[in-house]
Write a protein that binds this ligand. Structure first.
Ligand SMILES: [Zn+2]
Length: 429
């Protein structure tokens, strides 16, 4: 199930996207109060935007703008909204995104082709270990996509390893949809309860929320740890509510594939200019085919690298490497620039660490400091020194370390909406 356009030449893909882009521009110029105003303010006519390069004539849309003018982005009467989802805003209040009936069809199509990209077929059974409610888009997207694909679904929801294993042994799912660090919890539970994980019938995991790979696509520490115990394939998928689109890995596992019919992707620098090929930059997206709240040049806040060489799977679309980090969480540490995922990777090297959070704050001279709060029942001076040394040699930073009770760490890791665990608490202004 590879959409024809994904195997087409780069030129054809570009021409295809430009046709869709022109439809989108005409649509928002007529329906979107927000973009109508932007077009007027910048003296932009619908006919000015014909090519992907023409997009540069439009200002970017920031998360703050989406939050501040939330209602103005809506292109349909509220009565046409079927599903209301929210995404965390940067200014405190959540941002509301509505989806019409047509948007839900688009979401189903997106997820069906994304799961198919990772090898899921109609004969598979997928166990969802992620939440479907809490105003969350992803769970619903999986449900709709799996249904469209004709595969089976078991909606177990988040947490509870016992119920997860009971379900795996009863229903014999072939794939799990899961936050990868939760796989470690499942392995641990199986080990202490005499369950043989490698005869459980699970052949793969569709992983969300955390990276599995380093920038060269080799497995990171977390994925390595999982694979050393459980012989399953791990596929990364990257998506966000605002994009309503996923970038999923294929069998080659060399980045998440772009779906040209659903989204235009640009990689921009701090001045909103396209970065050179292969360079890190902020993923900036323009949604295609979205009816309720289409977005033009929306800056996602995620720093990524795009890969454009053709893929051995037969697709010719751009691939996104693992998210390097969130732009807002960039840490400037004594001349070094780093993002929290690199620190996650290092701490996963220590078996003794049972849980952790990073606190980033500014010291009195205005530079960034890192405090790692660690839960560990076997913490001693030697371990703390080993962690410090590891950070110094790998990242050239020297964090402060504090040992805390496990309950405190677990509480800190719980995000407000309880969707997925957080590992970074950013206390900077
Ligand atoms: Zn591929």
């Amino acid at each position: 199930m590879i959409p024809e356009i994904e195997k087409a030449s780069t030129e054809k893909i570009k021409a295809f996207q430009e046709e869709k882009l022109q439809e989108l521009i005409a649509y928002v110029a007529e329906k979107s109060p927000y973009y109508k105003r932007i077009f007027k303010e910048h003296d932009i006519k619908v006919s000015d935007i014909k090519t992907l390069e023409d997009l540069a004539k439009l200002p970017v849309t920031t998360k703050e703008e989406l939050q501040h003018y939330n209602d103005d982005f809506l292109c349909v009467p509220k009565s046409q909204i079927i599903d209301f989802v929210t995404t965390s805003g940067t200014l405190g209040d959540p941002v509301i995104l509505g989806q019409t009936d047509k948007d839900l069809d688009r979401l189903a199509h997106n997820e069906a082709i994304s799961l198919a990209c990772s090898g899921v077929g109609e004969n598979d059974i997928i166990q969802m270990t992620t939440t479907m409610d809490r105003r969350f888009m992803a769970g619903l997207a999986y449900f709709l996509g799996i249904r469209k694909l004709g595969a089976g679904i078991i909606r177990v929801g988040a947490g509870i390893p016992e119920l997860q294993w009971d379900t795996i042994l009863k229903f014999r799912p072939t794939y799990l949809i899961v936050v990868p660090s939760f796989l470690l919890k499942l392995i641990q539970y199986a080990e202490t309860h005499g369950i043989d994980i490698n005869t459980s019938g699970v052949k793969g995991a569709i992983c969300i929320g955390e990276s599995l790979r380093n920038q060269d696509f080799s497995l990171n520490v977390l994925a390595d740890k999982i694979k050393s115990k459980w012989n399953i394939e791990l596929y990364s998928t990257y998506a966000s509510t605002e994009m309503s689109t996923a970038f999923a890995e294929c069998s080659e596992q060399r980045g998440g594939h772009h779906h040209p019919e659903l989204i235009v992707a640009e990689i921009l620098d701090d001045n909103d200019q396209a970065v050179a090929d292969g360079q890190e930059g902020e993923l900036t997206i323009t949604t295609l085919g979205v009816e309720a709240m289409p977005l033009l040049r929306f800056k996602t806040g995620d720093i990524v690298v795009a890969h454009t060489s053709p893929c051995a799977c037969g697709r010719n679309t751009m691939r996104l490497g693992p998210v390097v980090g969130r732009k807002k969480q960039m840490i400037k540490y004594k001349g070094t620039t780093l993002y929290p995922p690199a620190m996650d990777n290092l701490l996963n090297d220590f078996e003794e660490v049972e849980g952790y959070v990073f606190e980033i704050y500014q010291n009195e001279i205005g530079t960034d400091e890192i405090l790692i709060k660690i839960a560990s029942s076997s913490a001693d001076h030697k371990m703390m020194q080993a962690i410090k040394d590891h950070f110094r040699s790998k990242l050239r930073v020297s964090p402060n370390i504090e040992i805390c009770p496990n309950e405190e760490i677990q509480k800190l890791r719980m995000s407000k909406l309880g969707r997925k665990p957080i590992s970074v608490i950013d206390k900077r202004q």
